[in-house]
Design a protein around this ligand. Structure first.
Ligand code: FAD
Length: 265
């Protein structure tokens, strides 16, 4: 690692001012992505602003209409919350399938969403559920937040404080995971709310998480596995790598979407 100054603020306001004053500063949450990249010397922030001292940024609040998750909430706590499982079972499943126990007990929802890895799970949930990402400055709809691989609408020094998920009638998530890292080779999240159905895919897009229009239209007409049987997803714009090529990923999107609808609760 290259040398850096370390700060552990006790308030969000202090964290924001530190992030704004220290040139080339980076927010540190669970460190599950940032620290490995620093160790590999792929990232060399001049300053680290550690949010682990901000206990009010962690926690889950469930009402009949929304689930609000603090940015510093660990994946394991999202997976373990009985209230959350009652409200959005697919989000609970998703958190429990992230990485391994060590990653789940350190990694946070805020870090995952801010990082926007093209194979991360939470971006698919945010997009399918129509979540709102709340920062120290503003509220950003998920549709406007994820701009591309590792790219988001966040400005320099802007900090995610919480994420608000509307509670759907039904939600399902299925993931075809990389056997080593457990990241999604293809993950599909479906959510039905009122007359609207949203289908979001992670792990497959060359440009990160995206929605699948033809599946949404078919499921909005009738929310049933039969509605999307035989519906093709173009391989164009999908990733090809050592794990799977674009044609296979296009096939997997169909399979995972049907399984997610079948599993939806
Ligand atoms: C072995 C392994 C397996 C994994 N498997 C999966 C998997 O299956 N699925 C999956 O989705 N992820 C997986 N991950 C990634 C994991 O979920 C990380 O926790 C997540 O990517 C980053 O969260 P973090 O809290 O650790 O953030 P950090 O590593 O601390 O930060 C990540 C980035 O986000 C920024 N940041 C952090 N918090 C905020 C905030 N509140 N506001 C603004 N910016 C912020 C940081 O500055 C940094 O750029 C895996 C990681 C490892 C090491």
């Amino acid at each position: 690692m290259y040398p850096f100054t370390y700060h552990r603020p006790e308030t969000v306001r202090k964290a924001v001012s530190l992030a704004g004053s220290a040139p080339d500063a980076k927010i540190l949450a669970g460190g599950m992505t940032l620290l490995p990249t620093m160790k590999q010397r792929l990232a060399s922030p001049a300053a680290l602003i550690d949010l682990n001292g901000l206990s009010d940024l962690a926690g889950i609040e469930v009402t009949s209409r929304t689930v609000t998750i603090g940015a510093m909430t660990r994946h394991a706590d999202v997976a373990a919350s009985a209230e959350l499982r009652e409200a959005i079972p697919a989000l609970s499943d998703l958190a429990g399938w992230i990485g391994d126990p060590a990653v789940r007990h350190r990694g946070t929802i805020g870090g995952s969403v801010a990082n926007n890895d093209p194979a991360a799970d939470y971006p698919a949930a945010c997009l399918a559920l129509g979540a709102t990402i709340v920062t120290n400055l503003r509220k950003i709809a998920a549709d406007d937040f994820f701009l591309g691989m590792f790219e988001t609408a966040l400005g320099e020094g802007e900090i995610i404080t919480k994420i608000v998920f509307p509670v759907p009638q039904k939600s399902g998530y299925q993931k075809f995971r990389n056997p080593a890292s457990r990241y999604a080779i293809v993950g599909v999240f479906v959510a039905k709310k009122g007359s609207e159905v949203r289908v979001a895919v992670t792990g497959a897009g060359e440009n990160g998480v995206f929605r699948v229009g033809n599946h949404e239209t078919a499921l909005t007409e009738k929310f049933a596995v039969k509605s999307i049987e035989g519906l093709a997803v173009p391989a164009e714009g999908l990733n090809s790598d050592i794990h799977a090529d674009a044609v296979y990923r296009a096939h997997l999107i169909g399979v995972m979407a049907r399984r997610a609808v079948a599993a939806a609760k």
